[in-house]
Write a protein that binds this ligand. Structure first.
Ligand code: SF4
Length: 587
C-alpha cells in the first residue's frame, strides 16, 4: 500500500496476547486513518455503556496516511478512548515522532484491551512485539521513565509514557510523547494507568511509499518556501504570542474567565522568552516550521511553555512570573498532568476560596505555592484529591458550579467565547467537551479577521463546515499550524494530497460525507454513554456576566443550537435521525 501501512496491532493486556491484523482497504477509504479509523473501531467494538477506567475500555492509537511520508508536519498521531474526565468520546492528538516510528514498524494503529496484572510496557521493534515488565518504572516521572527506556532499548526508539498522575488514574492526567509532547485533554494518562500500562516503545526501520513522488517533492519545496512568509509567526514565537492578540481583543481568560485582559501578559509571552530563556527551536517529524522552543532557566532544561499553558497557569490565575511558569510547566511534564485542565481547576479554586466556599487560602497568582498544590493533586491529598477530578466534579463537591468553566466536564481553552462568539457553538458542540481545535473559528475572528468576532450571527453553517474539515485534517493527519499556513486547507486541497500519497481518488464531496459519518458515530457514542442535549451548553458565567460589554445571548444561542442540530440531521434533542443514519450507512 502507499501511505497506509495496512496493519494494526491488537494487544490484550489481560491474557498477554498480541496479534497483527490486516486493515481492510474499504475501512481505510471510508475513515481515511488517524482519528477517523480510531473512531470507527471505538464505535464498532464498544457497544455497551463503558466505564472509562474499567478493563472494557480500550486505548486506540492511530497515525494517518501521511505519517512517515515527506508531507510537511505530518508526524502527528491520535488516541481515541472513553474519557475518565467527561465519561464521553475522547480524541487526543500529539506531535513529535512516535507516529512515523509506528508506521515504520508497518503499523497504522494499535488497539490495547484489558488490564495487565502488573505494570508493563509494550515494545514494538519492527515486527517484534513484546510486553515487558515495568515494575521498576512504576512511580517514576516521565523523564526518568523515558530515559530508562531509551537506555534499555534502541536509543532511537520513540516513547509514550505516563507519570505518577496517570498511574493514580487522575482524570486530568495525560500521556507524554518523548517527554515534551502530549496526548493531552480528557485523562489519556489515567486510561493507560487503569490498564497498568506505563509506556509504549516503538522503533521501526521500514518505509512508507507514496503514489505520486513528483507531487510530494513539489509539495515539500512549496511548503519550505512558504514557511518564512506564511508561518513566520510560528517560526519565531510558536504559539506564545497568541496571548497578546487575545488580550488586545479583550478575550484573554484572566482571573477564572472573569476578565479579558491581563496587563502583564508580555512578561509570559514569546517576545520576553526569546530575550531571556529560550535557547533554540525544536520541530516534530518532517516539520519545516519547528514552532517549539527549548528553554533553560536555573537548573531546568525544558520545552515550552505553549500558549494554552500560558493562559491557564498564567493570566487565568494571575501569575505573570515567567520563570515560575516554566517551573510549573516542567513539573506537569514530568508528573504527566494536563496544564489546561489544571490551570482552569486552580482558577476555580482561587475564586471559590475568595468567595469563602473553600476553606484555606488559595490566593491569586500564588506562584511557587502552586508547586505544593500540584504535588497534593498527584498525591490525592487534602483538597488535591477533589481537584484531581477536574473542575466539574470539584465544583459539584464544594459548590461554585456557575463559575466552574467547562463543557461536558472538559475545562475551557484560552479564548473567551463572549469576545470570539463563534467559539460559543464550537465549545458547546464539540464531541470531546470544550475544545478550540474541533472548529477553530477564533482563527478567522481574531487572527485572519475574516469574521466579526463579537456576534454569533451567521456562524452555524461555518461551524459545521469547519468541524468536518478539521476532522479530515485529523484523519490524514497534518499539524493545524501547517495546514493553515503551508497548504490548501480545503476538502479539494486535501483530496488532492490524499491522492498523491495513497493513490486513492476520493472526491471532496465523498470526503465531506465521510467526516459527517465520523461526527455522527462520535455523537451516538456520547448518547450511548448517557449524554443529554442539555450538556450542549456553556458555563453560566458566559450567559449572565458581561465581558467588555459582551455576553452570550441565551435566546440566540438556543436558536443556533437548533439550527446546528438541523444541519447535523439530528432531531430537536440532538439525536441523529434514523433517515440520517441510513443515508450515512450507519444502520
Ligand atoms: S508546527 Fe509545531 S506543532 Fe506543528 S508539526 Fe511543526 S513543530 Fe510540531
Amino acid at each position: 500500500m502507499n501511505g497506509w501501512a495496512g496493519n494494526l496491532l491488537r494487544v490484550n493486556l489481560s491474557d498477554g496476547s498480541i496479534d497483527k491484523e490486516k486493515l481492510d482497504k474499504e475501512i481505510l477509504h471510508d475513515t481515511i486513518g488517524g482519528m477517523g479509523t480510531a473512531t470507527r473501531y471505538l464505535f464498532d467494538e464498544l457497544k455497551g455503556k463503558i466505564e472509562p477506567l474499567s478493563e472494557e475500555n480500550k486505548v486506540i492509537i492511530f497515525a494517518g496516511p501521511f505519517a512517515g511520508t515527506p508531507i510537511a508536519s505530518s508526524g502527528r498521531f491520535c488516541m481515541v478512548t472513553t474519557s475518565p474526565l467527561t465519561n464521553y468520546f475522547l480524541q487526543s492528538h500529539c506531535g513529535g515522532h512516535f507516529g512515523p516510528e509506528m508506521k515504520y514498524s508497518e503499523l497504522d494503529g494499535i488497539i490495547i484491551e484489558g488490564r495487565a496484572d502488573d505494570p508493563v510496557y509494550l515494545l514494538i521493534e519492527d515486527d517484534h512485539y513484546e510486553l515487558k515488565t515495568a515494575d521498576k518504572l512504576w512511580g517514576r516521572g516521565v523523564k526518568a521513565t523515558t530515559s530508562t527506556l531509551e537506555r534499555d532499548n534502541d536509543p532511537e526508539s520513540k516513547i509514550l509514557a505516563i507519570g505518577p498522575a496517570g498511574e493514580r488514574q487522575i482524570p486530568i492526567s495525560n500521556v507524554k510523547s518523548d517527554v515534551y509532547r502530549s496526548l493531552g485533554r480528557g485523562g489519556t494518562g489515567a486510561v493507560f494507568g487503569s490498564k497498568n500500562l506505563k509506556a509504549i516503545v516503538a522503533r521501526g526501520n521500514g518505509k512508507i511509499d507514496v503514489s505520486d513522488p513528483e507531487y510530494v517533492k513539489d509539495h515539500i519545496l512549496r511548503a519550505k518556501e512558504s514557511t518564512y512568509t506564511n508561518a513566520k509567526g510560528f517560526v519565531d514565537f510558536g504559539t506564545t504570542n497568541t496571548g497578546g492578540v487575545v488580550h488586545h481583543a479583550g478575550g484573554l481568560p484572566t482571573r477564572n474567565f472573569s476578565r479579558g485582559k491581563f496587563e502583564t501578559i508580555d512578561n509570559i509571552s514569546g517576545t520576553n522568552y526569546v530575550k531571556s530563556i529560550w535557547k533554540g527551536r525544536r520541530a516534530c517529524f518532517g516539520c519545516p516550521i519547528g514552532c517549539s522552543h527549548f528553554s533553560a532557566v536555573g537548573g531546568i532544561r525544558t520545552e515550552g511553555p505553549e500558549y494554552e499553558t500560558i493562559f491557564a497557569l498564567g493570566s487565568n490565575i494571575l501569575n505573570d512570573d515567567p520563570e515560575t511558569l516554566v517551573e510549573i510547566n516542567e513539573m506537569c511534564n514530568d508528573l504527566g498532568i494536563d496544564t489546561m485542565s489544571l490551570g482552569v481547576t486552580l482558577s476555580w479554586l482561587m475564586e471559590a476560596s475568595e468567595r469563602g466556599i473553600i476553606k484555606g487560602e488559595y490566593s491569586w497568582g500564588c506562584g511557587k505555592e502552586i508547586l505544593a498544590l500540584i504535588r497534593n493533586i498527584v498525591g490525592l491529598e487534602g483538597i488535591g484529591k477533589d481537584l484531581s477530578k477536574g473542575v466539574k466534579k470539584a465544583s459539584e463537591i464544594h459548590g461554585g458550579t456557575d463559575y466552574a468553566i467547562h463543557v461536558k466536564g472538559m475545562e475551557l481553552p484560552g479564548y473567551d467565547p463572549r469576545i470570539c462568539q463563534g467559539m460559543a457553538l464550537a465549545y458547546a458542540t464539540s464531541n470531546r467537551g470544550a475544545c478550540h481545535l474541533r472548529a477553530p473559528i477564533y482563527v478567522k475572528e481574531l487572527f485572519q479577521k475574516t469574521m466579526v468576532p463579537e456576534t454569533m450571527e451567521g456562524k452555524v453553517g461555518p461551524t459545521v463546515h469547519t468541524e468536518d474539515l478539521m476532522s479530515l485534517i485529523d484523519c490524514l493527519i497534518v499539524c493545524r499550524f501547517a495546514s493553515r499556513t503551508l497548504m490548501d486547507e480545503s476538502f479539494g486541497g486535501m483530496s488532492e494530497m490524499l491522492r498523491a500519497v495513497t493513490g486513492a481518488s476520493l472526491s471532496p464531496d465523498v470526503l465531506e460525507g465521510s467526516m459527517k459519518r465520523i461526527w455522527t458515530m462520535q455523537r451516538l457514542y456520547n448518547i450511548k454513554q448517557g449524554m443529554s442535549h442539555e450538556e450542549d451548553t456553556l458555563p453560566e458565567r458566559f450567559f449572565s456576566e458581561e465581558l467588555s460589554g459582551h455576553r452570550i445571548d441565551r435566546e440566540l444561542f438556543n436558536a443556533n443550537m437548533q439550527e446546528y442540530y438541523r444541519l447535523r440531521d439530528c432531531d430537536e434533542k440532538g439525536v441523529p435521525t434514523k433517515a440520517s443514519l441510513r443515508s450515512l450507512g450507519i444502520i
